[in-house]
Ligand binder design. Structure first.
Ligand code: ZN
Length: 216
């Protein structure tokens, strides 16, 4: 079957596809095939499976990406700011041409950090805010070390490709705990100026999660 993604929320992990008759069909992140998460307006192929509350799209595969400014696909249309409580559309702040973080346009509070998708997910799970020590340390490490070398820049680029999908599938408690442990080891390396070690550990962690969560 073929349809168009009506909307999909990376945060919530689910969305809806409009089929050729104009009916909405539910799908969730477990039903997505491949490493790239679909965005609103993408044309997808899918099978129909049985969900708890009715039909559900499975094996959702992107056939054609909607041609949009890919930056905006990172942002859900309207959310509530946790600081000022207003409904708002987060404003994305770019760095090196890629989304770095988004803020509430009213109060300026950080809404979401994009680079550290995985760490953000794990930190949220641990109850830590988006400006927590761990995220700030990794962000500084990226800016001051990784992006100053060609190899590091390539690493960051590759990371952008897979990290959102990994983060959306990081829901299992053991995976979250294991990943937290590995992030802590990276932070410890960075604190003791063992930057190469930190890069190796982080890359290994991403590769492991990619293998575990994205290969179906
Ligand atoms: Zn706000």
């Amino acid at each position: 079957m073929q349809g168009t993604v009506k909307w999909f929320s990376q945060e919530k992990g689910f969305g809806f596809i409009v089929d050729s008759d104009g009916n909405d069909l539910y799908f969730n992140v477990q039903g997505i095939k491949g490493a790239t998460l679909p965005g609103n307006g993408d044309v997808v192929s899918y099978d129909i499976g049985k969900g708890k509350k009715g039909p559900i799209a499975t094996s959702v595969t992107i056939i054609q990406k909607k041609e949009v400014q890919s930056r905006n696909t990172y942002v859900d249309s309207r959310v509530t700011c946790s600081k000022c409580n207003r409904a708002m559309v987060p404003r994305v702040v770019l760095k090196y041409g890629s989304p770095d973080y988004s803020i509430c346009p009213y109060c300026g509070d950080m809404y979401k950090a994009f680079w550290c998708f995985i760490t953000t997910t794990v930190c949220n799970y641990r109850g830590l805010p988006d400006d927590c020590y761990e995220l700030q340390t990794l962000r500084r490490f990226r800016d001051e070390h990784l992006l100053s070398t060609e190899q590091g820049s390539t690493l960051v680029k590759n990371y952008y490709d897979v990290a959102p999908s990994i983060a959306a599938r990081l829901i299992n408690k053991d995976d979250l705990e294991n990943t937290w442990e590995k992030i802590c080891q990276c932070i410890a390396d960075i604190e003791s100026n063992q930057f190469d070690e930190a890069v190796v550990k982080y890359s290994k962690m991403v590769a492991f999660l990619q293998q575990r969560l994205l290969s179906q």
